[in-house]
Design a protein around this ligand. Structure first.
Ligand code: GUN
Ligand code: ZN
Length: 449
């Protein structure tokens, strides 16, 4: 049966980084008609009601209906160690991340955290994530199974590391290639799932491993490839030592066939002029992870790049400090302010929806309200707390009404979430106690460093 959702609607007819806020389309009494998992029509509520009298109507009043958020770079295995205090990147990986990722050899633990992660992100209005798993193939199976059970469009890959990681968290060039290929064959294109070839980053892959993954990518050119690029200054110096022949960090990937359309680089903060030019020329994507970049002390992403390359937005949990794309938009705003640019709410909202979809080369499927697109939707309460409500009450237009929610909102602002044309049942998002008991509970990850 057709479903008609009524409320304020926000969509995009263009890129607000190119066209300004006029690229947005807003209706204060709009409607989204959903049929067969897809958006069948977007328009004025009254007209859609008249044209589709048989549709079941859900009226969200003054709440805002948007495409669901797309989180273009996360580490679902780091869900349980989010907000771990006091380290910079390499220390943080060694102290918190690697010990936690070690636990994902246990399929039951991986399944519990995958479920917890997806329920948390859904509760925050995020309907698609692109995630790193761990080196364990079981961690990929667990994630895809959990995403499939929820009907999500989702992106994931086995994280490959064959050096500079602890025993138990290393594969080899050959096993990374073979495991990645097997997982790709098993999951890529099944339902709404996509496999992503995933070398963690150059410091933890030998040139041989990067080359074998480059070879795999040539064999499966429609896959994405994700990795990290130029996140911290110390990390870049380490890459220089490890790859003395490379022109720069990007070249460590480029030399092995890991730079072209469909390459998705997280962070990309400290780029040289050559790297920026090559990224644009190659049609690669960058993902801005602002809460992570401030939390781990990495630096301030140059949002000017959004005018040259595809840029998406991401939480980067657990390096990021929030599961909320609202909080992430707020951090993107603050980071841009520190670089002298005030991002418009239209640009922030676009980054969290169409921008991320474009970074994942999925803009024809998700990330906007338009006929034919998959019906992954979030419904946002623009007065979700007293502080937000009193500010929004003064608003003269949509942007003034929306900005307090961007800056101060969290999962309390998420009134409803629809995935594949169906409402996500309320309460599903509550992380179960079962999840917290799964695997071997223990002290291992709670050190104060
Ligand atoms: N660089 C390599 N691995 C990681 C990771 O897990 N998180 C972040 N923020 N950066 C990384
Ligand atoms: Zn990351």
């Amino acid at each position: 049966m057709a479903e008609l959702l009524i409320g304020q609607t926000l969509s995009f007819a263009g890129d607000p980084f190119a066209e300004g806020p006029a690229a947005a389309r807003h209706s204060s009494r709009g409607g989204v008609l959903v049929e067969g998992g897809r958006i069948a029509a977007v328009g004025e509520a009254d007209a859609l009601r008249r044209a589709h009298p048989q549709a079941r109507v859900t009226d969200y009043g003054g709440a805002l209906i948007s495409a669901g958020f797309i989180d273009a770079h996360v580490h679902y295995p780091q869900t349980a160690i989010i907000a771990s205090w006091g380290k910079r990147l390499i220390d943080w990986l060694n102290s918190y991340t690697f010990p936690e990722e070690m636990r994902f050899s246990d399929p039951a633990y991986a399944a519990a955290i995958a479920a917890r992660h997806l329920d948390l992100v859904l509760a925050n209005g995020t309907t698609t994530v692109c995630t790193y798993c761990t080196i364990h193939p079981e961690s990929v199976d667990a994630f895809f199974a959990a995403a499939q059970a929820r009907g999500l469009r989702a992106y994931a890959g086995k994280t490959c590391m064959d050096r500079n990681a602890p025993e138990g968290l290393r594969d080899t060039a050959q096993s990374a290639h073979d495991d990645s290929r097997r997982l790709l064959e098993k999951w890529h294109g099944v339902d709404r799932l996509s496999y992503v070839i995933t070398p963690r980053f150059s410091p933890t892959s030998t040139p041989e491993q990067l080359a074998m993954l480059g070879q795999l990518w040539r064999e499966y050119p429609d896959c994405l490839m994700q990795t990290h690029l130029s996140e911290q200054v110390d990390e870049i110096a380490w890459v220089r030592e490890l790859f003395p022949q490379a022109r720069d960090y990007l070249d460590t990937y480029e030399a092995q066939g890991l730079l072209r359309e469909g390459a998705v680089y997280g962070h990309a903060i400290h780029l040289t002029a050559r790297e920026k030019a090559r990224l644009a020329e190659a049609g690669a994507s960058l993902v801005h992870c602002p809460t992570s970049n401030t939390f781990i002390g990495s630096g301030l992403f140059d949002m000017g790049l959004a005018r040259q390359v595809r840029v998406g937005l991401a939480t980067d949990t657990g390096g990021g400090s929030s599961f909320s794309m609202l909080r992430t938009m707020a951090a993107a705003y603050e980071v841009a302010q520190l670089r002298g640019e005030a991002l418009h709410p239209a640009q922030l909202w676009w980054l969290a929806t169409q921008g991320s979809a474009r970074a994942l080369r999925a803009e024809a499927l998700i990330g906007n309200l338009a006929p034919g697109m998959e019906a992954d939707l979030v419904v946002i309460d623009l007065a979700s707390t007293p502080a937000i409500a009193q500010r929004a009450a003064r608003a003269a237009d949509l942007w003034e009404a929306l900005f307090p929610t961007i800056m101060m909102g969290d999962d309390r602002a998420v009134r409803a979430v629809w995935v594949g044309g169906r409402p996500v049942p309320a309460g599903r998002e509550t992380p179960g106690r079962d999840a917290s008991r799964a695997g071997s509970p223990g002290a291992g990850t709670a050190g104060t460093g």
